[in-house]
Ligand binder design. Structure first.
Ligand code: ADP
Ligand code: MG
Length: 630
């Protein structure tokens, strides 16, 4: 068992442990449509940075004039400083305008790329094999769509805006610094790298802390998510207290981490303030002695101060940016990873059988199968089964025997490992899967899943573009019309306008919104909606996988009635755990250990006294009435 677990663990946790490479080619494809605008944004950002380099020099000249007037008290200060001031004002305006421009352009590119990426990823995720989803956690897939795209987008925007600007400013200001005073610049260049080195070290420690903090928050969220998502189970076991404690413990952990991070950031901020201020003081001190020795003017010293501040700010920006780039690249790698993945079973493509020629005869020829995520564990072994057109075949056997697997193979959620499944003699692999699932096979499972929208839309889900009339026709067939029309239509009916109440008459009840996953309906009602949803496509083949086994006796009767009606004239595979539901079948197949162990009619099998007779006897003992709920 330990070996088995060790082998199985890596694929499940792979997406977050193993860093996948960033796909530059794919990134280029998303960037290409925006190249022109990106170019414009870069030009504007460079322009803004160059203006920023100019400003300290002009400020220095202005200070020089001020100094002159404080010294000499003569001449017209306003007149002399006017052209310089207007020049500065113009530059400020230009700088603001350029900043506005490149930020707008960048946000436009970023949002459009994020949209394209989300769309492409979602569409490719939906196309993946069912086996892919067996191995992945939905939460992780969703977070690739949301958080990872978000993170990538912000990094991209930051790199262009901050990165470009900071680099230009560092270079530009260093040039003007060295022109102002080579000696001061050299001194600064000696002091700066050591400070930057300390800063970078602290920064990387903080990033590590921040990552741990994020992970801890994710753990806490996971606990809350599980408890709130399964609130019925929590309530049923009176586990509120325990869940509270569990969540509280995780929260406590994340508080500790976050406070440590807070302390780290505070220390970093405090130290860097001291460092920056010391740099200013040092520059003033050394620069001041240069001014005293007439090697530098006061204005130049002012320019030097402002420009060196710009360099420091830009360098600090760049070091923050570096961390962001690393994070952005790994987020991007996660986003792109599943965009290039192609499924083994395509969604569409292949031949179709025209409706009039379709007979609906299904055969499993010596099918062997094991789930891709458990390759060493055969579920079906040399399984052979025929579903004659228009007949009802029942598949019975113990739980875990592989009955649902048979249905999954028929829907072509998976391909058999060996052997083949045919429809009217044609291998399923040559047929168009979307036609097969959308028009040929109707599938009703034990746990019907509804979507959080109206009953109308839930039924229409079975057939794209079905008219309202088709929905109204399918509902009574599924015994669903009566309960639907008994609904008061929720909040949809009464509309208030101009202080009057209008009753809008929607098709009674059909516009009732069912809760998320249909939690506002009873099991029997959900199942009948699922039947209507399957019947609206008028399928030639119907699969009923334990369709009534989760229901109470009364709902089972109504649902069974609908199923009996739906079964006539169709090829039907009834999968049943409870044997009371299969007596009406034309043919009964008993499965054990992944293959067929006996088959025949109810009477034949009883007479034979094999596994079927044994199952019947055991169920009769366990449940006195066949209808009694389990
Ligand atoms: P039944 O419907 O007869 O109760 P199933 O077909 O659901 O049985 O399951 C047959 C076997 O296949 C079981 O041992 C089960 O654990 C395994 N199995 C079912 N679904 C999957 C899956 N998605 N991935 C891996 N193993 C599975
Ligand atoms: Mg099953």
């Amino acid at each position: 068992v330990a070996l088995c677990e060790a082998e199985e663990a890596p694929p499940a946790s792979k997406p977050y442990d193993v860093e996948t490479r960033f796909n530059w080619k794919l990134f280029w494809q998303f960037l290409r449509p925006h190249l022109l605008i990106l170019g414009a944004a870069i030009v504007l950002a460079l322009g803004a940075a160059l203006v920023n380099v100019q400003i300290p020099l002009l400020l220095g000249q202005l200070v020089e004039i001020v100094a002159k007037y404080t010294r000499d008290h003569m001449g017209n200060f306003l007149k002399e400083s006017r052209s310089l001031s207007t020049h500065l004002l113009l530059l400020y305006g230009l700088q603001g305008l350029l900043t506005f421009g490149y930020l707008v352009l960048l946000s436009r590119i970023g949002e459009r790329m994020a949209l394209d990426m989300r769309r492409a990823l979602f569409s490719n995720l939906l196309r993946q094999d069912i086996a892919f989803f067996d191995a992945k956690k939905t939460g992780q897939l969703v977070s690739r769509l949301t958080t990872d795209v978000q993170e990538f987008k912000s990094s991209f925007k930051l790199v262009i805006s901050q990165g470009l600007r900071s680099c230009t400013q560092v270079v530009g200001c260093l040039v003007s610094l060295s022109m102002l005073s080579t000696r001061l610049t050299l001194l600064m260049l000696v002091a700066m790298p050591s400070l930057m080195g300390v800063g970078t070290l602290m920064g990387s420690a903080l990033r590590k802390l921040s990552r741990q903090c994020q992970e801890q928050i994710a753990r806490a969220t996971g606990v809350a998510d599980e408890a709130l998502g399964n609130v019925r189970t929590v309530r049923a076991f009176a586990m509120e207290q325990r869940e509270e404690e569990r969540y509280g413990a995780e929260l406590e952990g994340s508080r500790c981490k976050a406070e440590a991070l807070g302390r780290g950031i505070a220390l970093f901020q405090g130290l860097s303030n001291i460092a920056f201020n010391c740099m200013v003081l040092g520059t003033l001190f050394i620069g001041g002695s240069l001014v005293a020795g007439q090697q530098l003017t006061g204005g130049d010293l002012m320019s030097f101060l402002v420009a060196s501040q710009t360099v420091q700010r830009s360098m600090a920006n760049l070091s923050v940016l570096f961390g962001q780039v690393v994070r952005g690249l790994s987020a991007g790698a996660r986003v792109f990873e599943y965009m290039t993945l192609s499924p083994c079973i395509p969604l569409s493509g292949g031949s179709c059988v025209p409706r009039e020629q379709l007979r609906g005869s299904i055969t499993f020829h010596n099918v062997s199968f094991s789930y891709p995520c458990r390759p060493g564990f055969p579920v079906l072994k040399d399984f052979t089964l025929t579903l004659p057109p228009g007949r009802i075949v029942a598949l019975v056997g113990q739980s875990g025997g592989g009955k649902t697997t048979v249905a999954s193979l028929l829907e072509r959620f998976y391909d058999p490992t060996a052997g083949r499944v045919t429809l009217d003699g044609q291998d399923l692999r040559t047929l168009d899967p979307s036609w097969l699932r959308g028009q040929v096979i109707g599938f009703i499972s034990q746990e019907p899943v509804l979507f959080g929208t109206t009953i109308m839309e839930n039924i229409r889900f079975g057939k794209l573009g079905a008219s309202d009339e088709e929905v109204y026709a399918a509902a009574p067939e599924a015994n669903a019309h009566e309960f639907i029309t008994s609904f008061p239509d929720g909040y949809n009916t009464v509309v208030e306008a101009n202080a009057h109440e209008f009753i809008i008459s929607f098709p009674e009840g059909y516009n009732t919104v069912v809760g998320e996953r249909g939690t506002t309906l009873s099991g029997g009602q959900k199942q009948r909606l699922a039947i209507a949803r399957a019947l609206i496509k008028q399928p030639a083949v119907l699969i009923l996988d334990e369709a009534t086994s989760a229901l109470d006796a009364e709902s089972e009767r109504v649902v069974q009635e609908a199923l009996d009606r739906a079964s006539t004239g169709r090829t039907v595979l009834v999968i049943a755990h409870r044997l009371s539901t299969v007596r009406g079948a034309h043919h009964i197949v008993v499965m054990a250990q992944g293959c067929v162990c006996e088959e025949g009619t109810h009477e034949e099998l009883l007479k034979k006294g094999g596994l079927y007779a044994e199952l019947i006897r055991r169920q009769a003992l366990g449940a006195p009435s066949p209808e009694a709920p389990r």
